[in-house]
Design a binder for this molecule. Structure first.
Ligand code: AMP
Ligand code: MG
Length: 326
C-alpha cells in the first residue's frame, strides 16, 4: 500500500507524543509559557515536537518538517529548567537524549514547504490542553501540493460522543484514497469511519471553537441556521472538530475570520491532518469561498480565507449561504 512506512512512522511517533503529553498532565506540570506572539506554549508542545521530528529524521532524513514550534525561547538561559524537564520526558521514549539534542530535534520542525514535506502541530488547542479539555496532535504529509497522509491523535476525545463517560483517547489515520480509520488508543481496536457523506437528523448541528476569539462565531452560527441547523453548536477545542464531522457526530465546522481581522490567515498545520481525515471519511473541505486549501505555497494559507468543513451533501448549501452573507 502507498505510504505504508510513512503511516507507521507517523502513528508510532504521534502515540509517543501522546504518552509524553499525558505524562506531563498526570504529573501536573502543564503550565503556559508565553510566546512572543502572546499565544501559550507548554513543555508538552515542545517535547511532542521533539519526539515526532526525531522519528521523521530517523526514517526520512531528506524530508523537511514545517512545525508550529521552534526552540528559540527554550535556548534562553532562563528557560534551562523547562529544557531539562522536556529532556527528562523525552528520555522516557528515547533514552540518553541530551538537552542539546532536544533543541536540535525541535528545530528540525523549522523546515520550509516544498515538493514533499510534513506539517506538524504538536499540540493543537493548547488552550484546551491547559484547561484539561480537548487537544490534538496533528501530523500530515504533503506531496505535490496535496495532503497524502494525516494522523491526528485526540487523547481526550471519547470514542463515541454519545457516551461521554465511556472510553477516551482516539487516533485518526487517513491516507489519500485509502479512507480514514479510527483507532482506540487503549484497546487498539480500529474501525473505518465514513460518517461525513450525509447529514442526518442526529448530526444536523455545527461544531465551533471553545475560544470565542478563534473564529467569527456569530457569523458561523448565522450560516448554520441558514442551512437549517437549530441545535446549539458543539464547542470543541482543536482539530478534533474535523474528527467529529468525520465520524458523523456533527455535520459542519466553519471557521470564519472576524471582519476586524481581514489579514488573519490560517496555518497549514492547523488544518492539513484534519482536512484529509474528513475528506477520506466522505466530507468536503475548502476555504470560505469554495477554493481548495493551498497547503504547499507557504506555512500560512495566504491565498485562502476561512474554512468550510462539512458532510458532502450539505456543502453546496453552506457555500451558497455563506456567499449571501459575505
Ligand atoms: P481552536 O481549538 O478551534 O480554538 O483553534 C486553535 C487554533 O486557533 C490555534 O492553533 C491557533 O493557531 C488558532 N488561532 C489563534 N488565534 C486565532 C484567530 N484570531 N483566528 C483564528 N484562529 C486563531
Ligand atoms: Mg494549532
Amino acid at each position: 500500500m502507498a505510504y505504508e512506512l510513512e503511516k507507521q512512522v507517523a502513528i508510532a511517533s504521534v502515540i509517543g507524543a501522546i504518552k509524553l503529553c499525558t505524562q506531563i498532565q498526570n504529573d501536573c506540570l502543564v503550565a503556559a509559557i508565553e510566546k512572543p506572539d502572546f499565544s501559550p506554549v507548554t513543555i508538552a508542545d515542545l517535547g511532542a515536537q521533539a519526539i515526532i521530528c526525531q522519528a521523521i529524521a530517523a526514517d526520512f532524513p531528506q524530508d523537511t518538517v514545517v512545525g508550529e514550534e521552534d526552540a528559540k525561547l527554550l535556548r534562553q538561559p532562563h528557560m534551562s529548567e523547562q529544557l531539562e524537564q522536556i529532556a527528562s520526558y523525552v528520555r522516557v521514549h528515547i533514552p540518553e537524549t541530551s538537552a542539546e539534542t532536544v533543541l536540535e530535534w525541535i528545530d528540525r520542525g523549522n523546515g520550509q514547504v516544498g515538493g514533499r514535506f510534513w506539517t506538524l502541530d504538536p499540540i493543537d488547542g493548547t488552550k484546551g490542553f491547559l484547561r484539561g479539555d480537548q487537544y490534538a496532535i496533528a501530523l500530515a504529509l504533503i506531496e505535490d501540493g496535496e495532503v497524502k497522509l494525516g494522523v491526528m491523535g485526540c487523547p481526550a476525545l471519547p470514542l463515541d460522543l454519545n457516551q461521554p463517560q465511556g472510553e477516551r483517547g482516539v487516533l485518526f489515520v487517513a491516507v489519500r484514497g485509502q479512507g480514514t480509520t479510527q483507532i482506540a488508543l487503549k484497546s487498539g481496536v480500529s474501525q473505518p469511519i465514513l460518517g461525513a457523506r450525509t447529514a442526518n437528523k442526529h448530526n444536523f448541528r455545527s461544531t465551533e471553537s471553545v475560544e470565542s476569539r478563534h473564529g467569527n462565531l456569530p457569523l458561523q452560527r448565522a450560516i448554520a441556521q441558514a442551512v437549517g441547523m437549530t441545535p446549539e453548536p458543539l464547542s470543541i477545542d482543536s482539530m478534533a472538530k474535523y474528527a467529529v464531522v468525520a465520524r458523523g457526530e456533527a455535520a459542519l465546522y466553519l471557521r470564519l475570520p472576524w471582519a476586524e481581522y481581514p489579514d488573519y490567515r490560517e496555518n497549514i498545520w492547523d488544518h492539513a491532518a484534519g482536512a484529509i481525515v474528513l475528506e477520506e471519511a466522505g466530507g468536503r473541505v475548502s476555504d470560505m469561498y469554495g477554493k481548495p486549501l493551498e497547503f504547499a505555497a507557504n506555512a500560512k494559507m495566504l491565498n485562502n480565507r476561512g474554512i468550510i468543513a462539512s458532510s458532502s451533501d450539505i456543502y453546496d448549501a453552506v457555500l451558497d449561504a455563506l456567499q449571501e452573507k459575505v
